[in-house]
Design a binder for this molecule. Structure first.
Ligand code: SAH
Length: 385
Protein backbone atom coordinates (compact mmCIF):
# COMPACT_ATOMS: atom_id res chain seq x y z
CA UNK A 1 0.00 0.00 0.00
CA UNK A 2 2.33 2.64 -1.30
CA UNK A 3 -0.09 5.53 -0.88
CA UNK A 4 -0.49 4.96 2.85
CA UNK A 5 3.20 5.50 3.41
CA UNK A 6 3.29 8.49 1.11
CA UNK A 7 0.47 10.20 2.98
CA UNK A 8 1.75 9.23 6.38
CA UNK A 9 4.90 11.15 5.60
CA UNK A 10 2.87 14.16 4.52
CA UNK A 11 1.44 15.06 7.88
CA UNK A 12 1.03 11.81 9.78
CA UNK A 13 -2.52 11.16 8.59
CA UNK A 14 -2.17 7.38 8.64
CA UNK A 15 -2.14 5.21 11.70
CA UNK A 16 -1.81 1.44 11.69
CA UNK A 17 -2.14 1.34 7.89
CA UNK A 18 -5.49 3.13 7.91
CA UNK A 19 -5.47 6.55 6.33
CA UNK A 20 -7.42 9.43 7.83
CA UNK A 21 -9.06 11.28 4.93
CA UNK A 22 -9.51 14.30 7.12
CA UNK A 23 -6.73 16.77 6.44
CA UNK A 24 -5.95 15.56 2.91
CA UNK A 25 -6.09 18.53 0.56
CA UNK A 26 -8.18 18.22 -2.57
CA UNK A 27 -5.12 17.40 -4.68
CA UNK A 28 -3.90 14.76 -2.19
CA UNK A 29 -7.33 13.16 -2.19
CA UNK A 30 -7.31 13.22 -6.01
CA UNK A 31 -4.01 11.35 -6.04
CA UNK A 32 -5.27 8.88 -3.45
CA UNK A 33 -8.48 8.14 -5.34
CA UNK A 34 -6.62 7.89 -8.66
CA UNK A 35 -4.39 5.26 -7.06
CA UNK A 36 -7.53 3.39 -6.09
CA UNK A 37 -8.72 3.59 -9.70
CA UNK A 38 -11.63 5.90 -8.82
CA UNK A 39 -12.95 8.71 -11.02
CA UNK A 40 -12.06 12.31 -10.07
CA UNK A 41 -15.69 13.29 -9.34
CA UNK A 42 -15.62 10.93 -6.35
CA UNK A 43 -13.34 13.46 -4.67
CA UNK A 44 -15.97 16.18 -4.65
CA UNK A 45 -18.63 13.72 -3.50
CA UNK A 46 -16.56 12.53 -0.55
CA UNK A 47 -15.34 16.01 0.39
CA UNK A 48 -18.90 17.34 0.41
CA UNK A 49 -20.01 14.52 2.67
CA UNK A 50 -17.20 15.19 5.10
CA UNK A 51 -17.03 18.96 5.24
CA UNK A 52 -20.50 20.10 4.15
CA UNK A 53 -22.58 17.38 5.75
CA UNK A 54 -20.27 16.45 8.61
CA UNK A 55 -20.64 12.75 7.78
CA UNK A 56 -17.79 10.60 9.09
CA UNK A 57 -19.23 7.15 8.31
CA UNK A 58 -18.59 5.87 4.78
CA UNK A 59 -21.77 3.77 4.88
CA UNK A 60 -23.84 6.95 5.09
CA UNK A 61 -22.32 8.33 1.85
CA UNK A 62 -25.24 7.11 -0.19
CA UNK A 63 -24.20 8.37 -3.61
CA UNK A 64 -21.06 6.18 -3.58
CA UNK A 65 -21.28 2.62 -4.82
CA UNK A 66 -21.56 -0.03 -2.11
CA UNK A 67 -18.30 -1.57 -3.28
CA UNK A 68 -16.42 1.73 -2.99
CA UNK A 69 -17.89 2.39 0.45
CA UNK A 70 -16.76 -1.04 1.60
CA UNK A 71 -13.28 -0.49 0.13
CA UNK A 72 -12.97 2.89 1.88
CA UNK A 73 -14.09 1.41 5.19
CA UNK A 74 -11.28 -1.13 4.88
CA UNK A 75 -8.42 1.22 4.16
CA UNK A 76 -9.51 4.64 5.38
CA UNK A 77 -11.29 6.50 8.13
CA UNK A 78 -12.49 9.98 8.99
CA UNK A 79 -11.23 10.51 12.49
CA UNK A 80 -12.15 13.63 14.42
CA UNK A 81 -10.49 14.79 17.63
CA UNK A 82 -12.22 13.46 20.73
CA UNK A 83 -14.05 15.80 23.08
CA UNK A 84 -12.68 16.09 26.60
CA UNK A 85 -14.55 19.19 27.75
CA UNK A 86 -17.13 21.56 26.26
CA UNK A 87 -17.13 24.86 28.14
CA UNK A 88 -19.53 27.67 27.32
CA UNK A 89 -18.69 31.17 28.59
CA UNK A 90 -21.24 33.65 29.89
CA UNK A 91 -20.44 35.92 26.91
CA UNK A 92 -21.28 33.27 24.26
CA UNK A 93 -17.68 32.19 23.71
CA UNK A 94 -17.30 28.42 23.70
CA UNK A 95 -14.15 26.46 24.41
CA UNK A 96 -13.56 22.83 23.55
CA UNK A 97 -10.72 20.81 25.02
CA UNK A 98 -9.94 18.13 22.43
CA UNK A 99 -7.88 15.02 22.88
CA UNK A 100 -5.36 14.19 20.20
CA UNK A 101 -3.87 10.75 19.73
CA UNK A 102 -1.02 10.15 22.24
CA UNK A 103 -3.15 11.45 25.09
CA UNK A 104 -2.38 15.17 24.81
CA UNK A 105 -5.15 17.66 24.51
CA UNK A 106 -5.40 21.08 22.91
CA UNK A 107 -7.95 23.87 22.96
CA UNK A 108 -10.19 25.41 20.31
CA UNK A 109 -12.32 28.49 20.94
CA UNK A 110 -15.41 29.85 19.14
CA UNK A 111 -16.06 33.57 19.55
CA UNK A 112 -19.41 34.81 18.17
CA UNK A 113 -19.70 38.57 17.64
CA UNK A 114 -22.78 39.80 15.77
CA UNK A 115 -22.68 38.41 12.21
CA UNK A 116 -19.16 37.19 12.68
CA UNK A 117 -18.12 33.91 14.24
CA UNK A 118 -14.39 33.45 14.75
CA UNK A 119 -12.82 30.09 15.45
CA UNK A 120 -9.45 30.19 17.17
CA UNK A 121 -7.49 27.09 16.17
CA UNK A 122 -4.36 25.48 17.67
CA UNK A 123 -1.39 24.35 15.57
CA UNK A 124 0.85 22.57 18.09
CA UNK A 125 0.60 20.64 21.34
CA UNK A 126 2.27 23.29 23.47
CA UNK A 127 4.80 25.71 21.99
CA UNK A 128 8.57 26.05 21.78
CA UNK A 129 8.82 29.84 21.76
CA UNK A 130 8.57 30.62 25.46
CA UNK A 131 6.98 34.09 25.22
CA UNK A 132 7.05 35.28 28.81
CA UNK A 133 3.43 36.49 28.96
CA UNK A 134 1.78 33.41 27.41
CA UNK A 135 0.44 30.52 29.44
CA UNK A 136 0.87 28.02 26.60
CA UNK A 137 4.62 28.58 27.07
CA UNK A 138 4.45 27.24 30.62
CA UNK A 139 3.22 23.91 29.22
CA UNK A 140 6.34 23.08 27.25
CA UNK A 141 6.12 21.41 23.86
CA UNK A 142 5.09 17.94 22.77
CA UNK A 143 4.61 17.86 19.01
CA UNK A 144 3.17 19.44 15.89
CA UNK A 145 -0.47 18.76 15.09
CA UNK A 146 -1.18 16.93 11.82
CA UNK A 147 -3.28 18.61 9.13
CA UNK A 148 -6.09 16.22 10.15
CA UNK A 149 -5.89 17.45 13.73
CA UNK A 150 -5.90 21.10 12.65
CA UNK A 151 -8.81 20.93 10.18
CA UNK A 152 -10.43 18.43 12.58
CA UNK A 153 -10.86 21.30 15.06
CA UNK A 154 -12.85 23.25 12.45
CA UNK A 155 -15.02 20.26 11.52
CA UNK A 156 -15.53 19.41 15.17
CA UNK A 157 -16.67 22.96 15.91
CA UNK A 158 -18.92 23.10 12.83
CA UNK A 159 -20.61 19.87 13.89
CA UNK A 160 -20.93 21.00 17.49
CA UNK A 161 -22.49 24.27 16.34
CA UNK A 162 -25.14 22.41 14.36
CA UNK A 163 -23.96 21.09 11.02
CA UNK A 164 -25.59 20.20 8.66
CA UNK A 165 -29.15 21.29 9.42
CA UNK A 166 -28.33 24.56 11.13
CA UNK A 167 -25.25 25.10 8.97
CA UNK A 168 -22.77 25.24 11.81
CA UNK A 169 -20.08 25.78 9.20
CA UNK A 170 -21.72 29.07 8.21
CA UNK A 171 -21.57 30.22 11.81
CA UNK A 172 -17.81 30.01 11.45
CA UNK A 173 -17.12 33.02 9.23
CA UNK A 174 -13.47 33.52 10.24
CA UNK A 175 -10.62 31.32 11.37
CA UNK A 176 -7.59 32.59 13.23
CA UNK A 177 -4.50 30.44 13.77
CA UNK A 178 -4.09 32.00 17.22
CA UNK A 179 -4.62 29.06 19.52
CA UNK A 180 -1.84 27.02 21.08
CA UNK A 181 1.45 26.88 19.19
CA UNK A 182 3.42 28.77 16.58
CA UNK A 183 1.80 27.96 13.20
CA UNK A 184 4.88 28.78 11.12
CA UNK A 185 6.87 26.18 13.07
CA UNK A 186 4.42 23.58 11.74
CA UNK A 187 4.40 25.00 8.25
CA UNK A 188 3.29 22.19 5.92
CA UNK A 189 0.47 20.86 8.06
CA UNK A 190 -0.85 24.36 8.78
CA UNK A 191 -0.77 25.30 5.09
CA UNK A 192 -2.65 22.11 4.13
CA UNK A 193 -5.27 22.72 6.80
CA UNK A 194 -5.68 26.38 5.73
CA UNK A 195 -6.10 25.16 2.12
CA UNK A 196 -9.07 23.14 3.30
CA UNK A 197 -10.47 26.10 5.22
CA UNK A 198 -10.48 28.06 1.93
CA UNK A 199 -11.40 25.18 -0.41
CA UNK A 200 -15.00 25.38 -1.68
CA UNK A 201 -15.47 21.63 -1.30
CA UNK A 202 -14.56 22.03 2.37
CA UNK A 203 -15.24 25.26 4.28
CA UNK A 204 -14.98 27.83 1.49
CA UNK A 205 -13.83 30.69 3.72
CA UNK A 206 -12.19 33.56 1.84
CA UNK A 207 -8.48 34.16 2.40
CA UNK A 208 -9.34 37.53 3.92
CA UNK A 209 -11.05 35.67 6.72
CA UNK A 210 -8.34 33.13 7.42
CA UNK A 211 -5.60 34.70 9.54
CA UNK A 212 -2.29 33.21 10.53
CA UNK A 213 -0.71 34.78 13.60
CA UNK A 214 3.04 34.46 14.10
CA UNK A 215 5.52 35.55 16.73
CA UNK A 216 7.79 36.45 13.79
CA UNK A 217 9.37 33.45 12.09
CA UNK A 218 10.89 35.43 9.21
CA UNK A 219 11.67 32.59 6.74
CA UNK A 220 8.19 31.18 7.39
CA UNK A 221 6.59 34.51 6.44
CA UNK A 222 8.44 34.45 3.12
CA UNK A 223 7.46 30.84 2.42
CA UNK A 224 3.85 31.63 3.31
CA UNK A 225 3.85 34.45 0.77
CA UNK A 226 4.81 31.96 -1.92
CA UNK A 227 2.29 29.22 -1.17
CA UNK A 228 -0.71 30.80 0.51
CA UNK A 229 -2.40 34.16 0.49
CA UNK A 230 -3.95 34.29 3.93
CA UNK A 231 -4.17 37.35 6.15
CA UNK A 232 -1.13 37.81 8.34
CA UNK A 233 -0.99 38.93 11.95
CA UNK A 234 2.33 39.50 13.69
CA UNK A 235 2.70 39.45 17.46
CA UNK A 236 4.93 42.48 17.92
CA UNK A 237 4.35 43.48 21.57
CA UNK A 238 7.30 45.87 21.79
CA UNK A 239 8.60 48.80 19.72
CA UNK A 240 12.31 48.07 20.15
CA UNK A 241 14.61 45.04 20.19
CA UNK A 242 15.78 45.45 23.79
CA UNK A 243 12.25 45.06 25.13
CA UNK A 244 11.07 42.57 22.52
CA UNK A 245 14.06 40.31 23.23
CA UNK A 246 12.71 39.92 26.74
CA UNK A 247 9.04 39.41 25.89
CA UNK A 248 9.39 37.30 22.73
CA UNK A 249 12.73 35.43 22.91
CA UNK A 250 12.43 34.57 19.19
CA UNK A 251 13.31 38.23 18.59
CA UNK A 252 16.96 37.43 19.31
CA UNK A 253 16.93 35.23 16.21
CA UNK A 254 14.69 37.43 14.06
CA UNK A 255 14.88 41.04 15.28
CA UNK A 256 12.38 43.76 14.43
CA UNK A 257 14.11 45.15 11.31
CA UNK A 258 14.21 41.87 9.33
CA UNK A 259 10.73 41.05 10.64
CA UNK A 260 9.27 44.28 9.29
CA UNK A 261 11.14 43.79 6.02
CA UNK A 262 9.43 40.38 5.64
CA UNK A 263 6.09 42.06 6.42
CA UNK A 264 6.68 44.62 3.68
CA UNK A 265 7.38 41.79 1.22
CA UNK A 266 4.25 39.96 2.35
CA UNK A 267 2.07 43.01 1.94
CA UNK A 268 2.44 43.12 -1.83
CA UNK A 269 -0.15 40.34 -2.20
CA UNK A 270 -1.71 40.39 1.24
CA UNK A 271 -5.49 40.54 1.65
CA UNK A 272 -6.59 44.03 2.76
CA UNK A 273 -3.12 45.23 1.70
CA UNK A 274 -1.90 45.40 5.25
CA UNK A 275 -0.56 43.44 8.19
CA UNK A 276 -2.19 43.28 11.60
CA UNK A 277 0.19 43.83 14.49
CA UNK A 278 -0.80 42.46 17.87
CA UNK A 279 0.42 44.23 20.97
CA UNK A 280 -0.30 42.79 24.40
CA UNK A 281 -0.74 45.53 27.00
CA UNK A 282 1.43 44.81 30.04
CA UNK A 283 1.19 47.18 32.95
CA UNK A 284 4.33 49.32 33.31
CA UNK A 285 6.27 47.20 30.81
CA UNK A 286 5.38 48.18 27.24
CA UNK A 287 2.46 50.58 27.74
CA UNK A 288 4.18 53.98 28.23
CA UNK A 289 3.42 56.92 25.98
CA UNK A 290 7.01 56.76 24.79
CA UNK A 291 6.43 53.17 23.60
CA UNK A 292 3.38 54.30 21.63
CA UNK A 293 5.39 57.04 19.91
CA UNK A 294 8.20 54.60 19.16
CA UNK A 295 5.69 52.13 17.71
CA UNK A 296 4.17 54.84 15.59
CA UNK A 297 7.43 55.70 13.93
CA UNK A 298 8.36 52.02 13.55
CA UNK A 299 5.16 51.19 11.70
CA UNK A 300 5.27 54.22 9.38
CA UNK A 301 6.97 52.05 6.78
CA UNK A 302 4.43 49.22 6.85
CA UNK A 303 0.73 49.53 5.92
CA UNK A 304 -0.73 48.19 9.13
CA UNK A 305 -3.46 47.88 11.66
CA UNK A 306 -2.73 47.51 15.36
CA UNK A 307 -4.71 45.34 17.75
CA UNK A 308 -4.06 46.13 21.39
CA UNK A 309 -4.73 43.04 23.52
CA UNK A 310 -5.26 43.69 27.23
CA UNK A 311 -3.07 41.10 28.95
CA UNK A 312 -5.02 38.05 30.13
CA UNK A 313 -3.62 36.75 33.39
CA UNK A 314 -3.10 33.07 34.21
CA UNK A 315 -1.96 31.25 37.36
CA UNK A 316 1.68 31.89 38.21
CA UNK A 317 2.17 34.87 35.89
CA UNK A 318 4.20 37.84 37.04
CA UNK A 319 2.54 40.32 34.65
CA UNK A 320 -0.46 42.56 35.14
CA UNK A 321 -2.89 44.00 32.64
CA UNK A 322 -2.46 47.70 31.79
CA UNK A 323 -5.16 49.96 33.18
CA UNK A 324 -8.01 50.97 30.84
CA UNK A 325 -6.68 54.50 31.07
CA UNK A 326 -3.21 53.47 29.92
CA UNK A 327 -4.66 51.43 27.06
CA UNK A 328 -6.90 54.31 25.93
CA UNK A 329 -4.00 56.73 26.07
CA UNK A 330 -1.78 54.37 24.09
CA UNK A 331 -4.48 53.86 21.46
CA UNK A 332 -5.11 57.59 21.29
CA UNK A 333 -1.46 58.30 20.45
CA UNK A 334 -1.43 55.71 17.65
CA UNK A 335 -4.72 56.90 16.22
CA UNK A 336 -3.67 60.52 16.34
CA UNK A 337 -0.62 59.47 14.34
CA UNK A 338 -2.89 58.00 11.67
CA UNK A 339 -2.53 54.31 12.58
CA UNK A 340 -5.71 52.21 12.54
CA UNK A 341 -5.81 50.88 16.07
CA UNK A 342 -8.35 48.97 18.08
CA UNK A 343 -8.46 47.42 21.50
CA UNK A 344 -9.43 43.76 21.37
CA UNK A 345 -12.38 42.89 23.54
CA UNK A 346 -11.50 40.29 26.11
CA UNK A 347 -13.73 37.30 25.50
CA UNK A 348 -14.16 34.04 27.36
CA UNK A 349 -11.86 34.93 30.24
CA UNK A 350 -14.25 33.30 32.73
CA UNK A 351 -13.42 29.94 31.11
CA UNK A 352 -9.71 30.68 30.49
CA UNK A 353 -10.39 30.88 26.75
CA UNK A 354 -8.93 34.32 26.13
CA UNK A 355 -5.72 35.01 24.16
CA UNK A 356 -2.75 33.41 25.83
CA UNK A 357 -4.79 31.41 28.32
CA UNK A 358 -4.98 28.18 26.33
CA UNK A 359 -3.08 25.33 27.89
CA UNK A 360 -4.75 21.99 27.13
CA UNK A 361 -2.93 19.03 28.58
CA UNK A 362 0.59 18.89 27.28
CA UNK A 363 2.92 16.07 28.03
CA UNK A 364 6.09 18.16 27.77
CA UNK A 365 8.88 16.46 25.89
CA UNK A 366 11.34 19.29 26.17
CA UNK A 367 11.42 19.36 29.97
CA UNK A 368 11.16 23.10 29.59
CA UNK A 369 8.32 23.32 32.02
CA UNK A 370 10.68 22.58 34.86
CA UNK A 371 13.32 24.96 33.57
CA UNK A 372 10.67 27.61 32.98
CA UNK A 373 9.37 27.32 36.52
CA UNK A 374 12.89 27.61 37.83
CA UNK A 375 13.56 30.69 35.71
CA UNK A 376 10.33 32.23 36.89
CA UNK A 377 11.26 31.70 40.53
CA UNK A 378 14.58 33.42 39.98
CA UNK A 379 12.92 36.36 38.27
CA UNK A 380 10.29 36.71 40.95
CA UNK A 381 12.95 36.51 43.64
CA UNK A 382 15.09 39.29 42.30
CA UNK A 383 15.21 40.82 38.88
CA UNK A 384 12.45 42.48 36.97
CA UNK A 385 12.11 43.47 33.38
N1 SAH B 1 2.30 31.84 18.23
C1 SAH B 1 1.40 32.69 17.53
C2 SAH B 1 -0.07 32.41 17.79
C3 SAH B 1 -0.53 32.13 19.20
S1 SAH B 1 -0.77 33.44 20.33
C4 SAH B 1 1.73 34.14 17.85
O1 SAH B 1 2.58 34.39 18.68
O2 SAH B 1 1.16 35.01 17.23
C5 SAH B 1 -2.09 34.42 19.80
C6 SAH B 1 -1.99 35.84 20.33
O3 SAH B 1 -2.26 35.94 21.72
C7 SAH B 1 -0.60 36.40 20.12
O4 SAH B 1 -0.63 37.72 19.69
C8 SAH B 1 -0.06 36.31 21.53
O5 SAH B 1 1.03 37.13 21.69
C9 SAH B 1 -1.25 36.70 22.35
N2 SAH B 1 -1.11 36.35 23.78
C10 SAH B 1 -0.37 35.37 24.31
N3 SAH B 1 -0.49 35.36 25.65
C11 SAH B 1 -1.34 36.35 25.97
C12 SAH B 1 -1.89 36.80 27.21
N4 SAH B 1 -1.60 36.22 28.36
N5 SAH B 1 -2.75 37.84 27.17
C13 SAH B 1 -3.09 38.41 26.00
N6 SAH B 1 -2.62 38.01 24.80
C14 SAH B 1 -1.74 36.99 24.78
Amino acid sequence: MRFVHAHAKNGGAAEGGIINLLGLTRSRLETFFAELGEKPFRVSQVMRWIYHEGVVDFQAMTNLSKAFRARLAEIAEIRLPELVLDQPSSDGTRKWVLRMSCGNSIETVFIPDGDRGTLCVSSQVGCTLNCTFCSTATQGFNRNLTSAEIIGQVLFAARALGLPRNRGDRLITNVVMMGMGEPLMNFDNVVDAMDLMMEDLAFGISRRRVTLSTAGVVPGIDRLREVSGVSLAVSLHAPNDALRDQLVPLNKKYPIAPLLAACRRYIKDAPHGRITFEYVMLDGINDHEEHARELLSLLRSVPSKVNLIPFNPFPGTRWRRSSDKAIDRFRGILQAGGLTTMTRKTRGDDIAAACGQLVGEVNDRTRRQEKHRHALEIQIAGTSL
